[in-house]
Write a protein that binds this ligand. Structure first.
Ligand code: C2O
Ligand code: CU
Ligand code: CU
Length: 504
C-alpha cells in the first residue's frame, strides 16, 4: 500500500481536533435499542418455555463486567523467541497449567508455552517461517492462524487435528500487509471450551517498508497488545466450561485483559499504540475513554486503514481487531483515565508516568493514494449468498450445519467475488453474528447498500452483522485450499454455524 505521509501539524489536528466524527455506530445503537424493546415482550411471553433451560443471549440478559480495581500491572505476553539450530524457527506448545487469578485456589487453565494465553509471534512482511506446533493437552486440538493468508494446508482449521502428544511443522508465509492477527485452537465442537480455558495468542505481521508511517512500535512500551476477554468462574474459581457454558455464547462478568484480572497500565510515552483484540467467546465490546477524549483508529483486522479515523468509541465483535493511538500528552496525570466499556466500567485504568519526549509526535497521518474500492469492484454482481440464521444449538448457514465431508462453496484463487451475507432475524428479533472467513482479508463493500463507516474502510477478516442486515464483501483468496467461514461466537461455530469453501 502506498501511503503519502504528512508530518507534525497534520498529526496534531487529528489527535486533538474536537469535532467528533459521527460514525454509523450511533444509528446502530438506536436500532439495537428499539430491537431490544420488542425482544423483551417476546421474552416475557415465552418465558414459560425457557424455564430450566439456559437462556438465549439477547441484549437483555448480558451480565455486566466488573470494573477493574487497578491492582495489578497489565501482563504483556512475551515475544516468541526464534529457535537456534533446529529445523524450525518457532515452537508453539498447547499445554495445561494453572493461573492465580484470585487469592487462594489457583484456576486450571490452558496456555501456549505457558499457563495462560500465549507468546506474541512476530513475522515480518514477506517472511516465511517454520513453526513446530505440539499438542501437550489431553485432548485433540488444532493451531489456527486467524487472519493469515496461508494455503489451506497450513491454516489449522478443524480438518487439521493434532492428537495429544503429537506435533507437526507448518510453514507460514506472511505475504500480506502488516497487521495485528491472532492464533487460537479450532477443533470442531471444542473450540469454545479450549479458548475459554485460555488458548489464544497474538500474531503480528510487522512493517518492513521504511516509507511507512512512523507509528509507535516498541513492543510493550508504546506498542501494547490488549486481549479483552470476559470469563465466568464457578464457586471454586474454576473455568468449568461444561457447567458454565451457554450454547448461545458464554458470557462472563469477570473482565480479563491479557489474562490479567483487575489490570492497570503504567503509561510512559505520550503517544501510545494499542492493538486491541476482542478475544471473547461471545461478548461484543464498545470501548471508550473515561474522560471522553477521542482516539485515532489506524488499523482494522488486516492492516492500516485507508486513512486514520478519529473516534470517540469503537465496537468490536468477537475476533475483530483494531489498532488505536491515544495521545496522553494533553491529559492531566491526576485525572483518572481508563479504557471503559459501553456501561462506563473501567476495563483498563491508566497510570500516567510520562518521561517527556514529545518529539516523536510526527508523521502519523496518511491518505492512501489509491481509492479504497474501485468502481468495477463495487459494481460486481453478488456471486455467493450466505444466510446466517438461528440461535443456541439451532444455528445454521444457508439452512445447514457444518459437515466436514461437504464443500459448500468453490472459488477460484486470485479472483475477487462478492459475498452477500444476510443475518436473517427470527421471531425473537435475532442477534449479532460476527462473520469470519479464513484465508482472506476482504473489504466491506456495503452495509444494507450504504458505504461502510470510515473505520471499516480497511482490510477485514471478521465483520459484525446486525440482525436483518445485509453486508456485501469483496473476497479474494490468494492461496488454494479448503477454508472455513463461520460465526465467531465460538459456541455458534461449535454448534455448526460454519461452512467450507474450496479455493482452487
Ligand atoms: Cu478465529 Cu475460524 O477462526
Ligand atoms: Cu480464522
Ligand atoms: Cu452467531
Amino acid at each position: 500500500m502506498k501511503k503519502s505521509i504528512l508530518t507534525g501539524a497534520g498529526l496534531l489536528l487529528i489527535l486533538t481536533g474536537c469535532t467528533n466524527i459521527t460514525t454509523e455506530q450511533q444509528s446502530v445503537e438506536q436500532t439495537m435499542e428499539s430491537g431490544e424493546m420488542q425482544h423483551e415482550e417476546n421474552m416475557d411471553m415465552n418465558h414459560g418455555d425457557m424455564e430450566g433451560m439456559e437462556e438465549h443471549m439477547d441484549h437483555d440478559n448480558i451480565p455486566p463486567l466488573q470494573a477493574s480495581k487497578g491492582t495489578q500491572e497489565l501482563v504483556i505476553p512475551p515475544l516468541l523467541e526464534k529457535q537456534k539450530e533446529s529445523d524450525f524457527d518457532y515452537e508453539v506448545v498447547a499445554q495445561e497449567g494453572t493461573t492465580q487469578f484470585f487469592d487462594g485456589s489457583p484456576t486450571n487453565t490452558y496456555g501456549y508455552n505457558g499457563n495462560l494465553l500465549g507468546p506474541t509471534l512476530q513475522l515480518k512482511e514477506g517472511e516465511t517461517v517454520k513453526v513446530k506446533v505440539r499438542n501437550e493437552l489431553n485432548e485433540p486440538t488444532t493451531f489456527h492462524w486467524h487472519g493469515l493468508e496461508v494455503p489451506g494446508t497450513e491454516d489449522g482449521g478443524p480438518n487439521d487435528v493434532i492428537q495429544p502428544g503429537e506435533s507437526k511443522i507448518v510453514t507460514l508465509k506472511a505475504d500480506q500487509p502488516a497487521a495485528t492477527l491472532w492464533y487460537h485452537p479450532h477443533p470442531h465442537k471444542s473450540t469454545a471450551e479450549q479458548v475459554f480455558k485460555g488458548l489464544a495468542g497474538m500474531l503480528y505481521v510487522e512493517e518492513t517498508d521504511e516509507e511507512a508511517p512512523a507509528l509507535p512500535h516498541t513492543y510493550g512500551v508504546d506498542d501494547i497488545p490488549l486481549i479483552f476477554q470476559d470469563r465466568l468462574f464457578d464457586e471454586n474459581k474454576q473455568l468449568d466450561y461444561k457447567n458454565l457454558m451457554n450454547s448461545d455464547g458464554t458470557i462472563g462478568d469477570v473482565s480479563l485483559v491479557n489474562g490479567t484480572i483487575n489490570p492497570k497500565l503504567t503509561v510512559t510515552k505520550p503517544l501510545m499504540r494499542f492493538r486491541i483484540l476482542n478475544g471473547a467467546n461471545a461478548r461484543n465490546y464498545t470501548f471508550r475513554l473515561s474522560n471522553g477524549a477521542t482516539f485515532t483508529q489506524i488499523a482494522s483486522d488486516g492492516g492500516l486503514l485507508h486513512e486514520p479515523v478519529e473516534m470517540d468509541e469503537i465496537t468490536l465483535s468477537p475476533s475483530e481487531r483494531a489498532e488505536i493511538l491515544i495521545d496522553f500528552s494533553a491529559m492531566e496525570s491526576d485525572e483518572p483515565i481508563a479504557i471503559t466499556d459501553e456501561e462506563g466500567n473501567a476495563l483498563l485504568p491508566f497510570d500516567l508516568d510520562i518521561d517527556g519526549g514529545t518529539e516523536e509526535m510526527e508523521s502519523i497521518s496518511w491518505t492512501d493514494d489509491t481509492t479504497f474500492l474501485k468502481e468495477e469492484e463495487k459494481s460486481l454482481p453478488v456471486s455467493k449468498e450466505i444466510e446466517l440464521f438461528g440461535m443456541m444449538d439451532k444455528v445454521t448457514i444457508n439452512g445447514k450445519k457444518f459437515d466436514p465431508e461437504r464443500i459448500d462453496l468453490r472459488q477460484k484463487k486470485g479472483v475477487s467475488e462478492v459475498w452477500e451475507v444476510y443475518n436473517k432475524p427470527d421471531e425473537m428479533g435475532g442477534m449479532i453474528h460476527p462473520f469470519h472467513i479464513h484465508g482472506t482479508q476482504f473489504k466491506i463493500i456495503s452495509r444494507d447498500g450504504r458505504e461502510p463507516a470510515p473505520n471499516e474502510q480497511g482490510l477485514k477478516d471478521s465483520v459484525l452483522i446486525e440482525p436483518g442486515e445485509r453486508v456485501r464483501l469483496l473476497v479474494t483468496f490468494p492461496e488454494e485450499g479448503i477454508y472455513m467461514y463461520h460465526c465467531h461466537i465460538l459456541e455458534h461455530e461449535d454448534n455448526g454455524m460454519m461452512g467450507q469453501v474450496e479455493v482452487y
